[in-house]
Design a protein around this ligand. Structure first.
Ligand code: BG6
Length: 304
């Protein structure tokens, strides 16, 4: 006798937040909100749990402007272009006016298909790079967002040109925490990192990382699994990466919070960015017809 597998009922709704067209996906277990602009996940929450993804209460939802929170995509470079390896800088023809974190997060992406199955729903987005301003390269990025008992995000690139293409990228995940001063991050012990707040000095992580002030670090040779232990909420957020060996850990703390757009003065207490990346020595060089694939899986587990 075959056992019947319980099926998830997905409720899909097209909606607008401010000027941005979005998809809201609900099941009995979770709710996910995705904007078409930037193919940006805006929020993600499991039923009876605090949010997993943080979205700023001061977020503004405007055409051509990245939203503070969720998972913006940094592509085809991460951070300040001038801090990227030279071949990545050379791909952009107007380096003196390069926007932070590349071009993709504020551009319209297209939803190519939406596949709803028994226990998983998947949204597949692509970005037309034919007319990317000052970046004349035939590299096709695709982003797939899949929701089941966890959230999976896959960013793929395909170099359709006849020349090598060099890029850096990141899933700039804003995670929700009870109190940044009470959490700790497991998995980075022993990793080298660049302390961008101290002249990009190279250091080595000793033990678990707790956040006690402004933090902006690029970790290298990162392991696949990182965990944020959050005792006040009795849970840990697990981040499992494939195709990435670098990660940025960022919290603006008190002073920088006051200077950030779409960010309340005290919001630093409730968020933490762990950005699953391909940066610096882990950045991408795609041969003609070459492909890359970066996946992040996110889920929570109760703390013992
Ligand atoms: O304000 P933005 O462009 O979204 O960037 C936010 C932060 O993004 C992080 O990735 C950087 O390491 C920080 O230096 C930066 O402040």
């Amino acid at each position: 006798m075959s056992e019947s597998v319980p099926q998830t009922a997905w409720h899909l709704e097209r909606c607008h937040l401010g000027a941005l067209a979005c998809w809201r996906i609900r099941s009995a277990d979770a709710e996910l909100l995705v904007a078409e602009q930037g193919a940006q996940i805006l929020s993600y929450q499991r039923t009876d749990e605090p949010p997993i993804i943080w979205l700023s209460e001061q977020a503004s939802f405007q055409i051509g402007q990245s939203v503070r929170g969720g998972i913006p995509l940094c592509w085809p470079w991460f951070g300040d272009l001038a801090r990227n390896p030279t071949p990545i800088q050379a791909m952009y023809l107007q380096p003196t006016q390069a926007p932070a974190h590349g071009l993709a997060r504020s551009l319209p992406w297209q939803l190519d298909d939406l596949i709803s199955e028994a226990n998983q729903i998947c949204l597949n987005f692509s970005l037309s790079t034919k007319e990317l301003p000052h970046w004349p390269h035939a590299v096709q990025p695709k982003l797939s967002i899949s929701l089941s008992d966890r959230l999976s995000i896959t960013l793929e690139n395909h170099n359709l040109s006849d020349r090598p293409a060099c890029l850096s990228q990141a899933l700039h995940t804003y995670l929700a925490v009870s109190d940044i001063r009470q959490i700790s991050i497991q998995g980075l012990s022993g990793c080298r990192y660049l302390e961008t707040l101290e002249g990009w000095e190279e250091r080595q992580q000793q033990g678990d990382l707790s956040i006690q002030g402004e933090t902006d670090r690029i970790y290298l040779h990162t392991p696949p699994l990182l965990r944020i232990q959050d005792p006040l909420w009795g849970r840990q957020i697990c981040l499992k990466a494939e195709g990435s060996e670098s990660a940025i850990v960022w919290n603006p703390w008190v002073d920088k919070a006051k200077r950030l757009s779409q960010f309340a003065d005290d919001a630093w207490q409730r968020m933490l960015c762990i950005e699953t990346a391909n940066v610096l020595e882990d950045s991408l060089k795609l041969a003609p017809d070459g492909r890359s694939r970066l996946t992040l899986q996110l889920w929570t587990e109760p703390l013992d």
